[in-house]
Design a protein around this ligand. Structure first.
Ligand SMILES: [Zn+2]
Ligand SMILES: [Zn+2]
Ligand SMILES: [Zn+2]
Length: 164
């Protein structure tokens, strides 16, 4: 059994247990995902990951800021930039000029579920994942190779339609 040494200069944060340390320590989904993408799961990175996971829809930097009152904007932004770089999240344009961040469901490659269409509500400005909506393959002219596809439908969400 390995003993965990605690030094004065480097106290372990209660938010970031060292992965794999000691028996019976379960890694969270976030820790496993960050580690498999070669990123150290720091407390801040796990917080951002968990927020995106909990939202179940793409979030903008501003929305993340509102949900994470203890974190400052530039730290969240740096974390998102790293996530984009390592393909932990996708960057999605909502069509109003705002970049949204959504967790990639694959490991190194995107899964088929990653290619779902999105719905942007013009009134509440939320973007929803349309997971169960199948997109037929778009026939492209000869010589064009698609690398990513961005389907964004604009309209009114059920909540806003009810209130109108
Ligand atoms: Zn992906
Ligand atoms: Zn709405
Ligand atoms: Zn989505």
């Amino acid at each position: 059994m390995s003993k965990i040494e605690i030094t004065k200069n480097n106290p372990p944060s209660p938010l970031s247990p060292l992965p794999g340390e000691g028996p019976g320590v379960r890694l969270s989904v976030g820790e496993t995902s960050l580690a498999s993408h070669g990123i150290k799961p720091t407390a801040m990175r796990l917080l951002v990951y968990d927020e995106l996971e909990r939202a179940r829809r793409p979030l903008s930097l501003r929305e993340l800021e509102e949900r994470m009152v203890t974190a400052d904007r530039s730290t969240i932004f740096r974390t998102l930039t790293l996530f984009l770089d390592r393909h932990i999240v996708h960057g999605i344009e909502d069509g109003s000029g705002t970049l949204l961040y959504e967790l990639c469901r694959g490991e190194e490659e995107c899964t088929p579920e990653d290619h779902h269409p999105h719905f942007y509500c013009e009134r509440c400005q939320r973007t929803f994942c349309l997971d169960d909506v199948h997109i037929p393959q778009v026939p492209l002219p000869e010589g064009f190779t698609p690398l990513s596809i961005n389907y964004m439908i604009h309209g009114l969400c059920p909540d806003c339609l009810r209130r109108s």
